[in-house]
Design a protein around this ligand. Structure first.
Ligand code: NAD
Ligand code: IPM
Ligand code: MN
Length: 380
């Protein structure tokens, strides 16, 4: 298993370190660390080197990523070029964001339990409002106008809808036995007649090819309401890039907060990028208190992507056991540091307890220099 790791900015390196600790406890992998992020950009003027995307696709099975965004780079240029760059240049068209609460204690809704919060968001990840195209005219004048180009293509909608249905079939088999899995598409075709209209038509066409699934449409605003009022009604949700971004933070809240939410930027069969839903959290960076569970669960998704779904399930169970025992960082009411929370997961994987049962095993990691970038090492 060859894994590229891009820890990035802020809490990115802090949470990624814990995910690597968990990886070290589970499997043998060759890890290459890449320094791309705000520090590297400010020092060298380079966001991501020429040829990097081709190198990732060629030399690695998957990428584990931290987060990008730093107040010292106000226009976020490096985040655009690294993060959105990977999504676009590796053609990772499906941003898969599970909304799965692992313990009743983390569900913020008064009348819902963990079992009620278990669905998956499929966010289109390469187009829409993220086209990067647009213009500002008359800057600084009273007539200033900004136009953003929201680009929707038939090919783009078709492939994300198809991926959502294909996933729903498999999800239904294991997680919804005894009933047809549901795929819900959310748009705003009442306002966005062009792009929304295209989503609406193509979703219906794709749905017709999957008679074993129920299909349903809601406007994106109504879906936000439904996610809070009736999350148990949802199995798979498919939507565009910008609605998916906003709804995935709402989804994170439903499963206990941004500290817990995992994601994958996926192109089935290709090198894909896994990262927590949260950002670089400058308010927490350097304090050793960020929750690493989102990154650790993203590692689980990565392992499933490379054929080790068994390890993903073990990670999910270990994190669930930590939550049930209150072995958490302070965002969830616990007392653990980021490092202790990572140790707690490792201890649960080994079937033990984090505290009062001796020290959690450390990942046996041997590092060796491989030039300026990347740093390569083996875990496991
Ligand atoms: P954020 O996700 O970084 O933080 C939002 C809130 O959630 C903050 O209060 C933060 O403290 C909390 N939080 C986030 N992660 C947490 C964790 N692991 N444990 C505990 N609490 C956590 O979003 P933001 O503040 O809007 O953005 C900060 C920067 O991150 C910006 O530059 C933004 O563009 C960037 N960002 C990057 C990514 C990414 O790289 N995938 C995602 C989102 C935001
Ligand atoms: C996310 C983030 C990114 C997005 C930002 C950092 C560009 O919010 O991964 O959810 O908008 O997709
Ligand atoms: Mn987001």
């Amino acid at each position: 298993m060859r894994i590229a790791v891009v820890p990035g900015d802020g809490i990115g390196p802090e949470v990624t370190r814990e995910a690597l600790k968990v990886l070290g406890a589970l499997a043998t992998a060759e890890i290459s660390l890449f320094p791309w992020g705000a520090d590297h950009f400010l020092k060298t003027g380079e966001t991501i080197p020429a040829g990097a995307f081709e190198m990732l696709a060629r030399d690695f099975d998957a990428v584990l990523s931290g987060a990008f965004g730093d107040p010292r780079v106000p226009d976020g240029r490096h985040a655009d070029e690294i993060l959105l760059g990977m999504r676009r240049r590796l053609d990772l068209f499906a941003n898969v964001r599970p909304v799965r609460a692992l313990d009743d204690s983390v569900v913020p809704l008064r009348r819902a339990r963990a079992a009620d919060v278990d669905f998956v968001l499929f966010r289109e990840n390469t187009e829409g409002a993220y086209s990067g195209r647009g213009r500002v005219t008359g800057a600084g004048t009273s007539g200033e106008e900004a136009v953003e180009e929201d680009v929707t293509t038939r090919r783009g909608v078709e492939r994300i809808c198809r991926a959502a249905f294909e996933f729903a079939v498999a999800f239904g088999r294991t997680r919804r036995p005894g009933r047809r899995p549901r795929v819900l598409m959310a748009d705003k075709h009442n306002v966005q007649k062009g792009g929304g209209g295209l989503w609406h038509r193509v979703f219906r066409e794709v749905a017709a090819a999957f008679p074993s699934c129920e299909n349903r449409h809601m406007f994106a605003d109504a879906l936000a309401h439904e996610m809070v009022r009736s999350p148990a009604s949802l199995d798979v949700v498919v939507t565009n890039n910008l609605f998916g971004d906003v709804l995935s933070d709402l989804g994170a809240a439903l499963q206990g907060g941004l500290g817990l939410a995992p994601s994958g930027n996926v192109h089935p069969g290709r090198t894909s990028v896994f990262e927590p839903v949260h950002g670089s959290a400058p308010d927490l960076a350097g304090r050793g208190i960020a929750n690493p569970f989102g990154s650790i669960r993203s590692l689980g998704m990565l392992l499933a992507h490379v054929g080790r779904g068994d390890l993903e399930e073990r990670i999910e169970r270990a994190v669930a056991a930590c939550l049930a025992a209150g072995e958490t960082t302070r965002d969830l009411g616990g007392k653990l540091s980021t490092g202790e929370a990572g140790d707690a997961v490792v201890a649960r994987l080994a079937g033990g307890k984090a505290r009062g049962s001796g020290r959690a095993p450390r990942a046996p990691v041997r590092a060796r220099r491989a030039g300026a970038s990347p740093r390569r090492r083996r875990a496991g």
